[in-house]
Design a protein around this ligand. Structure first.
Ligand code: CMC
Length: 390
């Protein structure tokens, strides 16, 4: 009201109240609806945590079973939408395919996409949870030139997803319980992170009254950037480049500190955490366990650990309070599971979906919500006349 304050990157400005996720960045604390992330990652499932985020409480056994059944019933994509994938080049980045196909979902459900109709919202929440993993797997299959599989609804959410990605037509696919549990855990860790860039995007787009599919598609696009979800892919590329070039870790860190060519230590630093990211701590533990259990040894994991060690003891990183974030170790695990590097951010998107849904719904039911419309401080030309006028 009369006073516009300038806040690049919303460093100090809250745009909403929210009851979903609590973060204490100085202490490295993350809680969903009050539950510590460590407890959820160890004991919960993707769908149970999704329910918690969306509805505010842990589900009863029958609520969870019903939720799971409803999701299994909605996994099929319209056959025409399957053909949508053929129009895109096989070289397409799976994140672009994911957002495009998610936007395309709204064309199938136009008549049932009123953001203020609770039945529509409920149904489309289920549709998104059921269909996003299938779209993601098709983006993967397309990129490797393999046939799409139909979802197997006898399987759990995560197992179905693994089979859609790694199963091959007419062959049995044996699900590895180690992989299944590890992926479930990683997805839980990604489920929400309060007002991060993609969630804020989902809220902003949603605040205009846009439908759920359009809002989520926008969130996927926001997530794709290397400063946000795209960092998990960028970390693996960085490690791969170091390995291939033979550049020493010490030398690379020097280049980062000197900001040579704007090079950053990807997977380090966070707007909110000025301490070890609690998710990164859990992912790091998992990386050792999962690689050992899958019988994979990857020199990139050793390289990552060496980088972390050097960075954590270096004044540049200490002064700026830069610690590993969630994206630092995830890629090594995804790689061990067999996912191509370009699928990593897609996995983040599936993880983050419940958070996006919870925030979109919270935003739409909050009586104080207004259209999101930031102010600016104008720095352009003063009034002047078009040539020949005045
Ligand atoms: N490597 C080297 N220097 C860094 C890094 C990094 N990864 N991150 C921050 N800095 C420096 C930055 O250059 C600045 O230095 P100076 O004061 O000399 O100008 C100082 O630390 C403060 O950083 P900032 O850019 O003002 O911090 P921000 O809050 O605007 O940015 C960030 C946060 C996550 C975008 C940033 O730390 C970054 O680019 N990290 C690398 C990308 C990354 O890993 N992103 C994933 C974030 S976690 C979850 C998710 O995926 O969203």
């Amino acid at each position: 009201t009369g006073h516009t304050s300038l806040d690049y990157g919303f460093v100090n400005t809250a745009a909403t109240k929210s009851a979903i996720t609590y973060i204490d960045g100085d202490q490295g604390i993350l809680r969903y609806r009050g539950y510590p992330i460590e407890q959820l990652a160890k004991n919960s499932t993707y769908l149970e945590t999704a329910w918690l985020l969306i509805y505010g409480e842990l589900p009863s056994a029958s609520e969870l079973a019903d939720f799971d059944t409803r999701i299994r019933r909605h996994t099929l994509l319209h056959e025409d939408l399957k053909r949508f994938f053929s129009a895109l080049p096989h070289t397409a980045h799976p994140m672009s395919v994911l957002s495009a196909a998610t936007a395309a979902l709204s064309t199938y459900y136009e008549s049932h996409s009123d953001p203020h109709n609770p039945e529509h919202v409920e149904l489309n929440t289920i549709r998104m949870l059921a269909k996003l993993p299938v779209i993601a797997a098709y983006a993967h299959k397309k990129s490797v030139g393999q046939a799409f599989l139909y979802p197997d609804n006898s399987l759990s959410f995560v197992d179905n997803f693994l089979k859609l990605n790694f199963g091959v037509l007419s062959e049995e696919y044996e699900i590895s319980p180690v992989m299944s549990r590890a992926l479930e855990r990683l997805l839980i860790l990604h489920e929400d992170h309060e007002q991060n860039a993609s969630t804020s995007t989902v809220r902003l787009v949603g605040s205009t009254g846009a439908n759920l599919f359009s809002s989520i598609s926008a969130g996927i696009n926001a997530l794709s950037g290397p400063l946000h979800g795209g960092a998990n892919e960028a970390v693996l590329e960085m490690l791969g480049r170091m390995r291939d070039s033979g550049e020493s870790v010490q030398r690379f860190v020097e280049r980062v500190k000197n900001k040579e060519d704007g090079v950053k230590l990807m997977g380090f630093g966070h707007r909110v955490y000025k301490n070890y990211d609690p998710r990164a701590k859990l992912v790091k533990e998992s990386a050792d366990e999962v690689l050992a259990e899958l019988g994979v040894s990857d020199p990139l994991l050793d390289l990552a650990k060496e980088l972390e060690e050097i960075a954590l003891n270096d004044d540049y990183f200490k002064e700026r309070r830069l610690y590993p974030n969630v994206d630092f170790y995830t890629g090594v695990i995804y790689k061990a599971m067999g996912f191509p590097t370009r699928m990593f951010t897609v996995l983040f998107a599936i993880g983050r979906l419940p958070g996006w849904l919870a925030h979109w719904r919270e935003m739409n039911t909050d009586p104080q919500t207004k259209i999101g419309r930031p102010q600016q401080l104008y720095t352009g030309a003063p009034e002047r006349n078009y040539p020949g006028v005045g």
